[in-house]
Design a protein around this ligand. Structure first.
Ligand code: SF4
Length: 232
């Protein structure tokens, strides 16, 4: 019986030499890469990252501008209480549970950490609303630790390009940590997020203007830009 050929579903793994070249090209494309969240201290960074789960950085920044004017530290945020916090963040997805978690998180920071954001994974992940990804972002940005927070963009990029294929978020995180040169790990987090957000988009990767196409192993590269609208 004849069998039809199936399309490959996995992307081959990029060589380690190519990983370095791929990241160098992203560095050139995003020389000042940094988080797009707006914050002024470690506490605001932590809260913004908690609020950014399943929400855009733009929507979080819009809500936190007024919130942080009113409550820039755990004590003033705790004083607002859950309802007070909710008032400021209603435009963000999952605002009810996020307001609940942020109120509890502030209480724990005050009771267990003297109002400071802890600098280790165990203590961070023990805080309400803080999972591994949030802890990784805070450890990377606030405490200069070589962590890799795998969000939807980085998970897609790791698999699509062959940079760090993996079936789960944790598998991609572990592969990235193992494959990215140590000195590049901290900025690589930002390069990859920005690249996934603005170029290697989920539905229509913009391969025609991609700076890393030379090393990317994705088989179905999108090489044709959409026709620009012309006026008759
Ligand atoms: S070539 Fe295309 S698929 Fe590969 S990283 Fe660039 S945008 Fe993404």
């Amino acid at each position: 019986m004849a069998t039809s050929r199936t399309k490959p579903t996995t992307t081959p793994k990029m060589s380690l030499k190519a990983v370095r070249a791929f990241l160098n090209a992203l560095d050139k494309a995003h020389p000042d890469a940094r988080s797009e969240l707006i914050y002024h201290n470690h506490f605001e960074l932590l809260v913004s990252v908690v609020l950014s789960a399943q929400a855009t950085d733009v929507s979080v920044n819009k809500a936190t501008r007024a919130l942080y004017e009113k409550a820039p530290d755990p004590a003033s945020m705790a004083a607002l209480g859950e309802d007070g916090i909710a008032h400021y963040i209603r435009t963000i997805g999952l605002w009810r549970s996020k307001a609940h978690n942020v109120a509890l998180l502030c209480q724990q920071l005050l009771e267990k950490h003297n109002g400071h954001v802890p600098n280790n994974r165990e203590a961070l992940e023990a805080l309400p609303g803080v999972g591994r990804k949030t802890a990784n972002v805070v450890l990377n940005i606030a405490f200069d630790q070589p962590t890799m927070a795998v969000d939807t963009h980085i998970f897609r990029l790791g698999n699509r390009t062959g940079l760090a294929p993996g079936k789960t978020v944790r598998a991609v995180e572990d592969a990235l940590i193992a494959r990215i040169p140590k000195e590049m790990l901290r900025p690589a987090h930002h390069w990859l997020i920005l690249h996934g957000r603005y170029v290697c988009k989920a539905r229509t990767p913009e391969c025609w203007r991609c700076p890393v196409t030379e090393w990317c192993l994705y088989k179905e590269k999108n090489k044709i830009p959409p026709k620009s609208k012309t006026t008759p």
